[in-house]
Design a protein around this ligand. Structure first.
Ligand code: FAD
Length: 486
């Protein structure tokens, strides 16, 4: 079959690989001049930065793509498990090293925060059990096919419904486990941001997320996150996938209720038996399918959060690690502010420094490349030009205080990514990082399916559709979609 894929984001590339491995003729159309979408990189005055994702979990989903094509992943894409998942800092001076080793992490939590180690271990074991019983089924299968619901594993999961904490929020679930240790609650609450959600609203089912990081591990790809894109892009070329870069698709063409092809902005027509859209589902309907019925209820679901990122070349070595989090004093206020489209004056700040593991990412020894991220609301027309300098000032003040270094003076060069540019660079509706949020119990069921109910031969893949955003879920989305489309 001839299959057209709109978008060379990580989910589009992974879908193209799987479909080409099945023998289909696959052509990808990408509006940008480069592959990867959000998972891209850039250089600034000798500093290399991963532009988007910085945290790599579930690497076996990448390996699986090489194996699917009969290749040994280790020959093409190498990565290692990191020793420390994250360095945490609190405004009162408390610091905690979240070791990858579960037992060491629990011991550190006991020593620094006073939480009994066995409580931490028990919580992580519960998180693993939830994932094994339910997470796997609902993330690896379509929720919109009857066959998923007829599986024995689903019936078994239903028996355990109360165990999943579905009807409590993530925060309530953490409160129940760690009521006397608010810093531990805050530490686990922050996992809601892994899919752009609010811990005070997202379902307790999302307490499966720490399992990915603390039980399975955090990994670092040799030469940075961008090598996930380059490794998979090169694999797709070896499988014969064709790419048209700098080529925006302007419409999806149909005959009756069947796909017939697509049209590019320069007016070229391409005939396809099937089309897979890796473009944000909202814009796929609004821009490429204007004359067709739109699933308005799904498209109206609340968006995930966005982010504000400062990429700083830093001309001094610091004691920071690969992943660092500087918590706010009042986490609930931070999320309340975000719900109102604002960023608090004391935001939680995340810093990723790849030069800690890849020294060639900086122009000379003793320098660092800081990816400084603050959670931000999606773009609803706020005055970002006024907000960004204010947030920058607050971030610099906070980091300078906690680290006791004059951060402003260490910045050699700077680039900024914000909700408006996230939207314009990857056509992500309102600049949301992860498509739709998971801020209600039914969110998983209100994501768009991986296929069209009204147009035969049209499929959807990526962060804005089932099972959701983030690299691992995008790769699972590609697995589900390609099993339907080819
Ligand atoms: P995208 O990467 O958005 O790709 C869609 C592609 O479609 C784009 O290349 C776009 O140009 C193209 N396109 C759109 N419209 C058209 C058109 N009309 N014609 C042709 N092409 C078109 N995830 C993690 O797992 N870990 C993290 O640490 C993490 N951190 C993040 C930090 C930031 C700052 C951002 C922005 C995201 C982060 N994410 C993280 C989320 C992750 O990047 C995304 O969920 C994932 O990369 C989305 O991939 P995708 O293939 O669905 O879409």
């Amino acid at each position: 079959m001839r299959i057209g894929v709109i978008g060379a984001g990580i989910a589009g590339i992974a879908t193209a690989i799987r479909l080409a491995a099945k023998g289909h003729e696959v052509t990808v159309f990408e509006a940008n001049t480069y592959p990867g979408g959000k998972l891209s990189a850039f250089d600034l005055e000798g500093y290399r930065f991963d532009a988007g994702p910085s945290l790599f979990t579930m690497p076996h989903y990448v390996d699986e793509l090489f194996r699917e094509c009969g290749e040994d992943p280790a020959q093409h894409f190498r990565y290692a498990r990191v020793d420390t998942v994250c360095h945490y800092f609190w405004p009162d001076g408390t610091q905690l090293n979240a070791w990858a080793d579960k037992t060491k992490f629990a011991a550190e939590a006991e020593q620094v925060l006073g939480v009994p180690a066995e409580k931490v271990i028990r919580f992580l074991e519960r998180s693993e059990r939830k994932y094994d019983l339910a997470g796997k089924i609902f993330l690896e299968k379509s929720l919109h096919q009857t066959s998923t619901w007829l599986r024995r594993s689903v019936a078994k999961a239903m028996l355990y419904l109360p165990f999943f904490d579905i009807f409590s929020s993530m925060h309530q679930t953490h409160q129940r486990a760690f009521r006397r240790w608010p810093k531990m609650v805050q530490l686990f609450d922050r996992f809601a941001t892994y899919n752009g959600s609010n811990p005070y609203k997202a379902s307790g089912m999302l307490t499966i997320i720490p399992h990915f990081e603390h039980n399975i591990g955090v990994f670092y790809p040799e030469s940075g996150m961008h090598s996930i894109t380059t490794g998979l892009y090169e694999l797709s070329l070896r499988k014969g996938v064709k790419y048209h870069f700098n080529t925006r698709v302007s419409s999806i063409e149909t005959q009756g209720n069947r796909i017939s092809g697509l049209k590019t902005a320069s007016g070229e027509n391409f005939v396809f038996d099937r089309v897979v859209s890796n473009m944000d589902v909202y814009f796929t309907y609004k821009n490429l399918l204007p004359g067709h019925p739109h699933p308005e209820r799904i498209l109206r679901q609340p968006k995930s959060t966005s982010a504000l990122i400062f990429y700083w070349g830093i001309k001094e070595a610091t004691k920071l690690g690969l992943h660092n989090i500087f918590f706010s004093n009042d986490y609930r206020h931070e999320f309340d502010q975000m719900e109102q489209g604002k960023v608090t004056t004391d935001p939680t700040v995340y810093i990723n420094i790849t030069s800690k593991l890849t020294p060639s990412d900086v122009p000379e020894p003793g320098h660092e490349n800081w990816f400084v991220m603050v959670n931000a609301p999606f773009n609803n027309g706020q005055d970002w030009d006024a907000m960004i300098p204010e947030i920058r000032k607050n971030v610099i003040r906070k980091l300078s205080e906690i680290l006791s270094v004059p951060v402003e003076k260490l910045i050699a060069c700077e680039a900024v990514l914000e909700p408006r540019t996230i939207e314009s660079r990857t056509a992500s509706h309102l600049g949301a990082l992860y498509g739709y949020s998971s801020n209600n119990t039914m969110a998983a069921f209100l994501r768009h399916p991986n296929f069209s109910r009204s147009i035969e031969g049209l499929y959807f893949v990526g962060g804005s559709v089932h099972p959701g955003g983030g690299i691992p879920l995008c790769l699972l989305s590609a697995k589900i979609t390609s099993s339907m489309a080819g």
